[in-house]
Design a binder for this molecule. Structure first.
Ligand code: ADP
Length: 576
């Protein structure tokens, strides 16, 4: 039954019928489908929707910028397997949120962006309305699906459709356009209540075919150098036990992609992370589990990969197969069902990774770890502080706090933290993802704290932090247990680029981020040594309150990623 706009009051034949409106129907439909949290920025025409949602028991988290609200919704989707819901206003607010919705789609995170929009009869004739935009058309190229509701009686249908599309099959972003006129439309309360429904089994399991499973088992059983690559689809699937059991009973070495770290603890003896290059170059049968063979894996090409490698791919999306390399054994299904079937049909002990291969990787790992040890040791005492000095301090404190979620973005801050900081628990690392995007930091951190109640440590490059930095106000407003650690080397990539003019260099930045958070009532620290970083982080985590540690990093430390000089391999000088 919906909350009626106008109650029927006392019984009587001539009493007017109870009424409801679009806003109430949206809230009721969301509640009916167990939506507990909305992430958004209020304004015309959704302010009352946010108010009503909050009054009805849905938690509303208000942001300063729609991209951040959207990134929070996307991370909530990844963590919970339920679409995170983002609420935006028309045109500019919608477009800001769309960045996050597109990013969620790219990352295969379930998310729904619900946006108010202006009068369709004005928009479609381009008559010039307040915040006029054909949002449905604008959203379409960037999302899994885009829907618009034209009548209040279709709100329940629209929300059901949006949720199921976001979460079933390959998860992704869905846009739901609800024009202001529909939000305000008044209809009979009983008719409204009857128009809503609760989804049954929104993300059904997808069980693989037995012969597809056997095909993969035959390849793995015959491999000399098998390798499993775990991606964030594997993390998303929450098939932690099935994955662990398969890896451990077969003895196959595995490589976790960054957001799959922690599915098995990073110090697991079968982890090939510290012999990654050798593993890719030598593996003869590779099983990708919820990981695409995209740029993050060099498209499966030589010389990074063994050109003779045979690929098995576990993915819920059949169309992902063969996107880069021929897939000899496509295993279409959800990771949990596929891993269960693999374990079951490979009994008893049909797959056993050869010991020689495991030893080869272990030997290379030991060499690489020894090589790295010198660099890490030097960084412990270097002054000014290096990235690796600060990161080792953070690593040690995180080790004492395995429940803490790690959010990580930046250039050097991302690359170095990923390798330095081991994860022990599944789905506890959220990062720049498939696009390698900057700006997810505070949104992801807020979602992790809101959805789980656990502490969050956001490890941010100083440039990356700037994209969503204003959200530390939201963090303080909601008093969330988030510690933001800014690795501040005063620039994009590094802080010592010379300038070719009187202005700062294009890469230069300058900020005391610890002072920013104080303005909002949070605790700010400045740390210039690894010991200071560790002390501040320990104290901040123990307090369970918002804090920011500005780590002063040597401006000469850092390398530029993605420099395009290699596209001009002959080094031809271009005249100005
Ligand atoms: P990574 O960047 O960690 O390598 P990707 O984002 O490239 O991971 O790949 C994730 C893949 O996982 C996508 O192709 C997606 O279709 C797939 N996927 C997502 N959820 C599931 C699931 N429950 N079962 C199987 N595959 C899934």
């Amino acid at each position: 039954m919906t909350d009626a706009v106008q109650d029927a009051g006392a019984e009587g034949a001539d009493e007017p019928p109870a009424l409801t409106d679009g806003i109430h129907l949206v809230v009721d439909a969301l509640k009916l489908n167990d939506v507990e949290t909305l992430y958004g920025v209020v304004g015309i025409p959704i302010t009352d929707l946010a108010r009503l949602a909050q009054a009805s028991g849905i938690r509303y988290i208000g942001f300063r910028h729609e991209s951040d609200a959207g990134h929070a919704a996307a991370a909530a989707g990844f963590l919970t397997q339920k679409p995170g819901i983002c609420l935006t206003v028309s045109a500019p607010g919608f477009l800001n949120g769309l960045v996050a919705l597109a990013n969620a789609t790219t990352n295969c995170f379930p998310m729904v962006q619900i946006s108010g929009s202006s009068e369709q009869h004005l928009v479609d004739l381009q008559r010039g309305d307040y915040e006029e935009m054909d949002q449905l058309a604008a959203a379409r190229p960037f999302v899994k699906a885009a829907y618009r509701v034209h009548r209040a009686e279709d709100i329940g249908r629209g929300i059901a459709r949006a949720i199921r599309t976001a979460v079933s099959g390959r998860p992704g972003g869905v846009y739901l356009d609800i024009p202001a006129a529909v939000l305000g439309e008044v209809i009979d309360a009983e008719q409204g209540a009857e128009s809503l429904w609760r989804l049954v089994d929104p993300a059904p399991r997808q069980v693989p075919q037995a012969e597809a499973v056997d095909r993969a088992i035959d390849l793995l059983a015959g491999a000399e150098r098998p390798l499993v690559v775990l991606g964030k689809g594997a993390a998303y699937s929450q098939a932690d036990e099935q994955i662990r059991e398969f890896v451990e009973t077969t003895g196959i070495p595995y490589l976790p992609m960054s957001m799959a770290k922690g599915l098995l603890p990073d110090d697991h003896p079968q982890s090939a992370s510290t012999a990654r290059s050798l593993a890719l170059r030598r593996a003869d049968v590779v099983m990708l589990v919820g990981a695409r063979l995209n740029w993050l894996l060099g498209h499966g090409e030589a010389p990074q990969w063994n050109p003779q490698a045979t690929f098995i791919q576990v993915d819920i999306a059949a169309t992902e197969m063969d996107s880069n390399q021929p897939i000899a054994a496509p295993l279409v299904g959800d990771v949990a069902s596929v891993m269960e079937a693999l374990a079951e049909r490979s009994k008893p002990g049909r797959i056993n990774a050869p010991a020689a291969w495991r030893e080869e990787l272990a030997e290379r790992s030991a060499q690489n770890v020894a090589k790295m040890a010198g660099r890490l040791k030097a960084a412990e005492t270097a002054q000014p502080m290096k990235f690796l000095g600060a990161l080792q301090a953070i690593r040690d404190v995180l080790h004492e706090n395995p429940r803490a979620y790690v959010v990580n973005e930046g250039a050097n801050a991302l690359d170095l933290a990923r390798n330095t900081i081991g994860m022990q628990v599944p789905r506890h690392r959220l990062d720049s993802g498939t696009w390698g995007v900057m700006g997810i930091g505070m949104g992801y951190a807020i979602a992790a704290a809101v959805e789980t109640g656990d502490p969050v440590v956001a490890i941010e490059g100083d440039s990356a932090f700037g994209f969503s930095g204003m959200e530390i106000e939201a963090i303080c407003r909601y008093d969330l247990p988030i510690v933001t650690v800014v690795l501040n080397n005063s620039g994009v990539y590094r802080g010592d680029d010379p300038s070719a003019s009187d202005d700062p260099a294009p890469t230069a930045l300058k900020a005391r981020h610890d002072l920013m958070i104080q303005a909002f009532g949070g605790k700010g620290y400045q740390a210039t040594t690894p010991a200071e970083v560790a002390t501040a982080l320990r104290e901040a985590l123990a307090s369970g309150r918002p804090a920011l540690i500005d780590c002063v990093i040597d401006p000469t430390d850092g390398t530029e990623s993605g420099n395009i000089a290699h596209l001009n391999p002959k080094g031809i000088t271009v005249q100005r």
